[in-house]
Design a protein around this ligand. Structure first.
Ligand code: NDP
Length: 309
């Protein structure tokens, strides 16, 4: 029996070392160098090629190599009965919180403008609002969204949150479900997307949503590129409905050379770097779930395949 890593174009040696450190008895396979497909009982995947996950007859469970699972749920080759789990870790949350705080502060304090001014040796002050005057909306109050919202509220920002089911979070005005989305958007001038990518949330950041925001605002997307309708963002920026966007994720990654986002001064681009899985921590969860899958125990950090997250 073996644990198989499928992560094309990634150097997996650190992952193999970490799993071996935790349990040297675990046999590890690395795709595509695998001859005996029958021995694979647990697969850990990131951007796996489609049409391969149904070729392991003894597969018991699959883990994402990161927090997102959209690459697994959209894979038709993954048999319907196979349970899926993902990585949920304090370092992922810490990095995401830091990333979003950095983006919010840069937006409020006009750092992108000052960077451009420096290139032109231009000395010009722009007034900035206080945190309490900045209305922030956090879409998705899960493992990432809740701590981000809490941290912003702690720093004095006026924070609202939106989730599928109702929540109560200290100092955060919480909204839930499609019916309450318009009220949530009305209060959101800096809108942060930390939703999972599902059939319900794909393309949610469109013109209709932007028009309902407290205007003119900003969108920060650190969730998945397919949440955003690219052409609607450009349309909204050109018409002054939005001041700018801060994007970490894109429908196509790497962002193609000719993509119009590159040349927009009011779009910040980071290369899907908001929060990067830390192998020593994630390997502990992978080994734990590998052993659970083999023993017939329920997986930890299990994904609800019906809900899509
Ligand atoms: P979780 O599954 O923990 O949380 C999801 C949240 O979204 C929950 O609050 C859930 O509501 C809410 N939600 C789901 N569907 C809907 C809906 N239809 N309407 C309203 N709210 C909804 O996700 P994570 O916090 O772990 O991840 C968030 C996103 O961040 C993911 O897209 C992930 O891929 C991405 N990510 C990006 C990284 C990067 O480096 N850029 C790194 C790590 C994650 P409820 O609480 O009611 O269930």
């Amino acid at each position: 029996m073996s644990l198989l890593f499928i992560a094309p174009d990634r150097n997996m040696s650190e992952w193999v070392d970490q799993v071996n450190r935790i349990d040297p008895n675990i046999e590890i396979d690395l795709w595509p160098a695998i001859e005996d497909k029958e021995r694979v009982q647990f697969a850990v995947c990131w951007n796996q090629p489609s049409h391969i996950l149904d070729s392991f007859p003894n597969l018991k469970a699959v883990s994402s190599l990161g927090a997102g699972v959209d690459h697994l749920l959209s894979d038709d080759a993954l048999p319907g009965e196979i349970p899926i789990c993902r990585i949920v870790s304090s370092t992922l949350v810490q990095q995401m919180t830091e990333y979003i705080l950095g983006a919010v502060i840069s937006i409020r304090r006009h750092y992108m403008t000052y960077l451009r001014q420096k290139d032109q040796q231009q000395w010009q002050i722009h007034n900035h609002t206080l945190p309490s005057q900045s209305s922030i909306g956090v879409m998705g109050l899960g493992e990432m969204g809740s701590p981000v919202a809490r941290q912003l509220a702690k720093l004095g920002y006026a924070v609202s949150g939106w989730s599928r089911t109702p929540k109560q979070l200290d100092k955060i005005t919480c909204y839930a479900g499609r019916d309450e989305l318009p009220d949530f958007l009305q209060e959101s001038q800096i809108l942060i997307c930390l939703l999972p990518l599902t059939d319900q949330t794909r393309s949610i950041l469109d013109l209709d949503l932007i028009k309902q925001m407290k205007s003119p605002g900003w969108i920060i997307n650190a969730a998945r590129g397919e949440h955003l309708v690219d052409e609607d963002l450009i349309y909204a920026l050109d018409r002054g409905l939005l001041r700018g966007a801060w994007l970490d994720v894109f429908s196509e990654e790497p962002l193609p050379d000719k993509h119009p986002f590159w040349n927009r001064p009011n779009i910040m681009i980071t290369p899907h770097a908001a929060s990067i899985t830390h192998p020593p921590e994630a390997a502990e969860q992978i080994v734990d779930n590998y052993k659970r899958a083999l023993s017939g125990l329920a997986l930890k950090q299990r994904v609800n395949r019906t809900l899509g997250y």
